[in-house]
Write a protein that binds this ligand. Structure first.
Ligand SMILES: NC(=O)c1ccc[n+]([C@@H]2O[C@H](COP(=O)([O-])OP(=O)(O)OC[C@H]3O[C@@H](n4cnc5c(N)ncnc54)[C@H](O)[C@@H]3O)[C@@H](O)[C@H]2O)c1
Length: 283
């Protein structure tokens, strides 16, 4: 397939574009240049770049304004970049006769629902999003637009968890409950691209060892819950100087993606202990 990947100069888009090149022809689009970018342009201004992109069979829409831009960019900018550009891209994909559209979405859109009340929050696709800022609001609107195109395209939204470069111990512990390696994000996009069927939305995060009935313990005494589910892990991480969190406020559950997409994340806390880190993006 010939796949258009938007946001291909960014952290996630560059990883997604590089992974998809293993199986597909990929054209990377971004406002700025990057190793994975072939077309420089704004997703919103389709007429400016559509002829340079060529015949497209699928779109993977990663580009967005996101959490770090809240407070720095106007609400109008968020609506333009995240909602109106998604609408334009959907029209473009349908008009081009594409078969699939994958949206990179975010667990951030659960918003206020992420606030614990009497235990850690278990987050899966059944939990109702409660956007708390313009980023959450516009990503949810983008998901709704994508779902509404399901009569013309195979559409999938991937609500990915946290994937920023952070201190090693922070990233490692997050992999138990609220973080993901960029290589697993890229693999989820590759799986979503070949999915067929009604519109679907998936939480995408590293595999968690926890169960829903751990939520009370996770909030009150996370080390006990960690030791119960991952015996010996705290001792092994101590050798790296990594101290476990005292309390865990949320758990992202990607089991629906595992069942329906075949998503099998490989880079959890054990990969971190083995120093198997994602190389920094080249963009
Ligand atoms: N990084 C994370 O932890 C994380 C977590 C959840 C969801 N996400 C989602 O992943 C996606 C990418 O995030 P990222 O971390 O790679 O951000 P990023 O800022 O590194 O990359 C975004 C890229 O999109 C480009 N872009 C923005 N607006 C554009 C437009 N109108 N036209 C063309 N290109 C445009 C930017 O130039 C940039 O290169 C976003 O949709 C975000 O919601 C990221």
């Amino acid at each position: 397939m010939h796949v258009l990947v938007t946001g291909a100069a960014g952290l996630i888009g560059s990883g997604v574009a590089a992974r998809l090149r293993e199986d597909h022809d990929v054209t990377g689009l971004d406002l700025v240049a990057g190793e994975q970018v072939q077309v420089i342009g704004d997703c919103f201004d389709v007429a400016d770049w559509r002829h340079r992109a060529g015949k497209i069979d699928a779109v993977v829409h990663v580009a967005a304004l996101h959490a770090p831009h809240v407070g720095q960019r106007s609400e109008a900018d968020f609506r333009q970049a995240n909602v109106k550009a998604t609408s334009r891209l959907l029209d473009f994909a349908v008009g081009a006769g594409a078969c699939s559209f994958v949206l990179t979405s975010t667990t951030s859109l659960y918003g206020h629902a992420l606030m614990p009340s009497g235990g850690a929050v278990w987050i899966d696709e059944q939990l109702q999003p409660q956007p708390r800022d313009i980023y959450d609001e516009t990503k949810l609107l983008a998901e709704e637009l994508v779902a509404s195109a399901s009569n013309a395209l195979n559409v999938t939204s991937l609500r990915m968890s946290r994937c920023f470069p952070e201190p090693a111990d922070v990233m490692a512990w997050y992999r138990l409950h609220r973080g993901i390696d960029r290589r697993d994000v890229a693999e989820a996009h590759a799986l979503a691209l070949s999915r067929k069927g009604p519109a679907a939305t998936y939480v995408i995060s590293a595999a968690t060892p926890f169960h829903r009935d751990d939520c009370g313990d996770l909030s009150l005494d996370a080390p006990s819950a960690i030791e119960r589910r991952c015996p010996g892990l705290i001792a092994r991480t101590a050798q790296q100087g990594w101290m476990p969190p005292n309390s865990i406020d949320r758990v992202y559950d990607a089991s629906l993606a595992a069942r329906e997409l075949g998503f099998a994340p490989r880079f959890g806390i054990e990969a971190c202990l083995a120093a198997d880190w994602d190389p920094l993006p080249s963009a």
